[in-house]
Design a protein around this ligand. Sequence first.
Ligand SMILES: [Zn+2]
Length: 181
Amino acid sequence: MFLRGHFKFCVNCGAALTYNIPAGDNRERAACTACGHIEYENPRNVVGTLPVYGDKVLLCKRAIEPRYGKWTLPAGFMELGETTAEGALRETIEEAGVIVTLQGLYAVLNVTRVGQVHLFYRAQMHEAKWNPGVESLEVGLFAEHEIPWEELAFRTVSTALRCYFEDVKRGAFALHTQDIT
Ligand SMILES: [Zn+2]
């Protein structure tokens, strides 16, 4: 699948970018018509956690678009200069006000339609306390039967949660990799 990015102007000189296949390349790139700069566009990583307290999982109700008012796991775009684990911890603090202990990478989910890879860590909460950040309307703990399945924000979130509760029943946690199509 070819996903065309959203860059319109050259970061070097400000001239218009046009999409064509550069010599020696094999796919269309956003190339500058004036200076020849090529703007390479690659998938972005979304990192987050699946915070667990007892038999419950923490979810955040989104206070931002897209999917305002829907429930999600704490997650967001990875920043330059941080590791995936650091990004996951940061997002959990920013969105839920919860400090967790990571228990290993749990899900790697490709969302090629939007050019993203979502990575979720299983994470242990140490107390049932939180402090919703500006991106969250509210935060809560949910047992499996309490999960608002129809009100989840993203398919990556529902996929990670379904895997988690299946693994709980199995009594073993494995790394899950899936392509969200
Ligand atoms: Zn240029």
